[in-house]
Design a protein around this ligand. Structure first.
Ligand code: AMP
Length: 615
């Protein structure tokens, strides 16, 4: 080797921008958001304007730039601009409590906050207003930044932790996409993931690298699977990334009469164990050309393994494997002492190779705990229990720690427990997941300092206390007060006894009752409560968009159609019953049936009339 050649010149990391700039002269659609459509030259011109504004604001390679996580063409162009400046972008969900946003900014210390004025933006960081119109020199790929983004995830120490992702690692992932026979093709792709989730990076950069068109849904379409299905059909979406819960909701919506997204040929799911339910089988039976990709990877590595399900969905396993490692990834299954285990043995999955984040931003002790060195290589301890089969295919068998997934969100119960224990009335707190007809929800079990405290008032107080510093998905949906928490034989708190065993609970429908009573019973099951007033605001009692979708799908199965927007407009059982009473019940009508098409009908016949009914 010629000693004068620097090492990095030998193996130059793949560039994130180069594949995109290759389309700079292609006047083909790059991005659609409502009425806005940008072709590649127009998108790159907007990105160049933002890059110039960031340069003028003093942003240099290695900086962090905070961006409001608003799904818009401008935000996507600003993300490209950050990459071009070599800066890592930090998406801020402005619906988070101010305390959480402040903690994120405190760790990430961005050079600036790049966005329009908004009262929810935390003070203390220089804000740079994006220019409306401006001429700027063309976007160039000549500044390399070590980090691509900083994404925060639930932290077990009671504070969210910021994963600082290396540009080279995500460039290798996008490179893999480009060489993939299906995922490398130019495709009309939906940008569904919130920008605070790593999947959004994959959606954006893999679509542009392939020369496809990224389609941004409106918020109403994102949370209403029936409206989403209509968008998928109207926009002829070909590729879709969805968390498992989203995929299941979409498949149930198709089973309940939603439009079949005919153009779809690749569906990528990630984030938790994929379960192939009858509704999912029926959806793919109706889309025989479509492939379901199961991607696995924590935020600390992004996607590291992939498995494809194609052909007859009747033959797909209920719990598919997570597949084989991507070419730039190394995996190892180890025992508690981190010693490698033989193939076939179950242990913790270590992830290595060119997929690793730099670590947690400004949290060296946490970084050292999870990113370890063994045999001269750096590995991330995933905390996932896995096994490598004789064919080299990996199966994931859940967690070795208490980390949970609730509707696709990663949750460290310890983060919530730390917040609960900061409340003066709480002596002890444990947070577990409980499964019910409404899906999986977080339940806090607490011991009060004063045993005479009013449990109902304490529960409301603790929920408000959590909502003041935690993201909404981390706020327990129920609080149970105990005189003492149950203990295991070894004297530790018995989480399992509190959580109960994971179970799928079917929904019950009260035949022969009034519509209001049927609705009341449905909502009681979904909210997991014994009592509910017909005039109570469902959203004050824990209703969230996925529960609304479950309610609407169940209603459709029984011939009653309510839109998500109507459910929000009529937030009580009584109001929803009144809204339904003034409408005809069109679900099982001839037009709806015709719209489903022959393939869809055949799929449902095969997987049963209640194909969507199994959760
Ligand atoms: P997140 O950092 O939010 O992406 O969560 C990562 C964790 O989600 C992993 O460590 C796994 O526990 C779980 N996970 C992600 N994808 C899958 C998958 N395809 N199958 C099983 N578990 C998954």
């Amino acid at each position: 080797m010629n000693a004068s050649v620097p090492l990095h010149a030998e193996r130059r990391a793949a560039s994130l921008l180069a594949p995109l700039l290759a389309h700079a002269r292609h006047a083909t659609p790059a991005l659609r958001a409502g009425d806005v459509e940008l072709d590649y030259p127009a998108l790159l011109a907007r990105a160049a304007t933002h890059a110039d504004a960031l340069r003028a604001a003093g942003v240099v390679a290695g900086d962090v730039v905070a961006l409001p996580a608003v799904r818009s063409a401008e935000t996507i162009a600003a993300i490209l601009a950050c990459v071009a400046r070599g800066a890592a972008y930090l998406p801020l969900d402005l619906d988070f409590p101010a305390a959480r946003l402040a903690a994120m900014l405190d760790d990430a210390r961005p050079r600036c906050l790049y966005g329009d004025a908004d009262p929810r933006l935390p003070p203390g960081t220089v804000r740079v207003e994006p220019p409306r119109q401006a001429q700027a020199p063309p976007l160039r790929d000549d500044v390399a930044g070590e980090l691509a983004y900083v994404l925060f995830t639930s932290g077990s120490t009671g504070r969210p932790k910021g994963v600082a992702m290396r540009s080279a690692a995500v460039a290798a992932l996008i490179d893999w996409h480009r060489s993939h026979p299906r995922l490398g093709r130019a495709a009309r792709t939906l940008q569904f993931a919130p920008l605070g989730f790593d999947v959004s990076f994959q959606e954006i950069f893999s679509t542009f690298a392939g020369g496809g068109c990224l389609v941004l849904p409106g918020e109403a379409e994102r949370r209403d699977p029936y409206a989403l299905l209509a968008l998928l059909a109207r926009e002829r979406i070909e590729r879709l990334f969805l968390p498992y819960v989203g995929l299941q909701a979409l498949a149930e919506a198709v089973a309940a009469g939603g439009m079949l997204p005919h153009a779809l040929h690749d569906v990528v799911t990630a984030g938790e164990q994929l379960r192939v339910t009858p509704a999912i089988r029926a959806l793919f039976a109706a889309l025989p050309e479509a492939v379901l990709h199961n991607h696995y990877g924590p935020t600390e590595t992004h996607v590291v393994t992939a498995h494809e399900l194609a052909g007859d969905p009747a033959a797909w396993p209920d719990l598919p494997p997570i597949g084989t490692p991507l070419p730039h990834v190394r995996v190892r299954v180890v025992d508690a002492a981190l010693a490698p285990l033989a193939d076939g043995a179950e242990g913790e999955l270590l992830l290595g190779g060119d997929c690793l984040a730099a670590g947690y931003i400004r949290r060296p002790e946490l970084t050292a705990e999870r990113f370890v060195e063994r045999d001269g290589e750096r590995w991330y301890r995933s905390g996932d229990r896995a096994r490598i089969g004789a064919d080299g295919v990996l199966d994931c068998h859940g967690r070795l720690d208490d980390q949970l997934k609730i509707d696709g969100f990663r949750v460290e119960p310890a983060e919530i427990e730390a917040v609960l224990c900061r409340h003066p009335a709480v002596a002890e707190a444990i947070v577990v997941a409980a499964d019910g007809a409404g899906g999986r929800r977080l339940v806090a079990h607490v011991v009060a300092r004063d045993a005479r405290i009013d449990a109902v008032a304490l529960a409301a107080d603790l929920q408000a206390h959590c909502a003041a510093s935690l993201a909404d998905y981390l706020v327990p949906r129920a609080v149970v007060t105990h005189a003492a928490l149950p203990l295991t034989a070894s004297g530790k708190i018995d989480r399992r006894a509190l959580a109960g065993s994971p179970a799928t609970v079917p929904l019950r429908w009260l035949d022969g009752e009034s519509l209001q009573n049927q609705l009341l019973d449905l909502w009681k099951q979904l909210l997991g409560v014994d009592h509910l007033d017909v005039e109570a605001n469902l959203f004050d009692h824990g209703a969230r968009s996925l529960l609304v979708v479950r309610a609407l799908t169940e209603l459709r199965r029984h011939g009653h159609v309510l839109s998500v927007a109507q459910a929000y407009e009529h937030p009580t059982v009584a109001a929803q019953a009144r809204a339904l009473a003034v409408q005809p019940a069109p679900v099982a009508d001839a037009a709806g049936e015709r719209a489903r098409g022959a393939a869809q009908r055949a799929a449902f016949a095969r997987f049963g009339p209640r194909a969507g009914g199994v959760r």
